[in-house]
Design a protein around this ligand. Structure first.
Ligand code: ADP
Ligand code: MG
Length: 349
């Protein structure tokens, strides 16, 4: 602004000098100018004109900026009162224009942050609602059967035993749900510390597969392991990574019993580690596949068969994989269901 006013003043003086040389002597302004020139000298005239022009243009320009500043001030007040839709017009490319732009950016980011916060709040509320429902179901059943026992409402020892069994199983379901819920909230709401290590994923999968042998046997199943020749390392929290594959493997057993085999495959492609856990048998319907990683989501069939699941396993797995900046996907077609975990490989040292 200051510079602009000086430029205007200098240009003004030049113009005045030019005009003066053209009109001198012929007209009234010319006569006045000539007079002034003769009495105080051309330099003084030039300096005085310069100062006058500078003051006028500086005044006009600052007035405009002050009005713009007032506009920005009103917008800021509006934003601070919570009207996050308020935006300032960008009128110039100078510092004030930049200020206006930054204020608009700030308002936009504030708006987004508040929306995210609201969504998180909504998700938490939904979680509480569905959890209360899921906790109440087994609890009601436990209380029902224990009530029968307490009030001696059973025919004989055999019936008593039967009631106790049901109550015990339901109590176990309840414990599983509470454990998984605890794990889920810990992982999803940032309450977990990820300890990254250099993990030999070949070894991890070999060990895990062996640990699953008893459960596989129990269900008349076998694992088939396909591993690459060389070692593959990833940067991960070993304990958390094990949880992912445990969840996938126990699903493959629970939902793939009739398929007899669980395939565990490991590949390394373009510095990406890909672990695939595959089971055979009935496929997951296409319409369910996209919700499979949502918390509490269970395919209708597993719900009605009462496999005792909580619908949290896959969302826990997904959260853990995402904590490692990886990706988890599900495919289910022609009797083959495959869950794939992709992680960035560590380069060989
Ligand atoms: N390997 C699989 N084969 C078929 N269906 C599966 C498989 N894994 C998961 N599902 C389906 O996805 C649902 C969600 O899985 P999950 O989140 O582990 O919950 P849960 O096993 O406790 O039900 C399961 O209820 C089941 O319907
Ligand atoms: Mg599961």
């Amino acid at each position: 602004m200051f510079l602009t006013s000086i430029v205007i003043a200098v240009v003004g003086v030049f113009l005045l000098l030019m005009i003066a040389s053209f009109v001198s002597g012929y007209s009234l302004p010319g006569m006045i100018l000539t007079r002034l020139y003769n009495t105080v000298g051309p330099y003084v005239v030039a300096i005085i004109t310069g100062i006058i022009l500078f003051t006028i243009s500086f005044f006009i320009l600052t007035q405009r900026s002050i009005r713009y500043l007032e506009e920005i001030n009103i917008a800021l007040k509006n934003i601070s009162q919570g009207n996050l839709e308020t935006r300032v017009n960008i009128k110039s490319r100078d510092e004030l224009g930049e200020l206006a732009q930054n204020i608009n950016l700030m308002a936009e980011q504030l708006k987004q942050l508040i929306e995210e916060e609201r969504n998180a709040e909504k998700t938490k509320n939904e979680l509480v609602t569905s959890v209360s429902h899921d906790l109440r179901t087994p609890l009601t059943s436990i209380l029902g059967y224990l009530g029968l026992i307490v009030n001696d409402k059973y025919k004989d020892e055999l019936v008593l035993r039967y009631y106790i069994d049901i109550a015990y199983n339901k109590a176990q379901t309840l414990k599983k749900l509470i454990d998984e819920l605890f794990e889920f909230t810990k992982i999803s709401y940032g309450g977990i510390k990820v300890n990254l290590d250099r993990i030999n994923i070949v070894e991890l999968l070999e060990q895990l597969a062996e640990e699953f042998v008893p459960i596989l046997d129990e269900n008349g199943m076998e694992y088939r392991l396909t591993l690459p020749e060389n070692k593959i390392y990833v940067k991960a929290d070993g304990g958390l990574l094990v949880r992912v594959f445990e969840n996938l493997l126990s699903n493959a057993i629970t939902y793939g019993k009739e398929g007899k085999y669980v395939d565990i495959q490991l590949e390394n492609e373009n510095n990406e580690t890909i672990v695939s856990i595959i089971n055979y048998g009935e496929t997951i319907p296409e319409m369910d596949l996209k919700y499979i990683f949502d918390r509490f989501y269970r395919v209708e069939k597993s719900r009605s068969q009462d496999t005792g699941g909580t619908g949290l396993g896959l969302s826990i797995a997904k959260n853990i994989v995402e904590l490692h900046e990886g990706k988890i996907t599900a495919f289910s077609q022609n009797g083959k269901t495959m869950f794939q975990v992709k992680l960035k490989s560590l380069l060989e040292e």
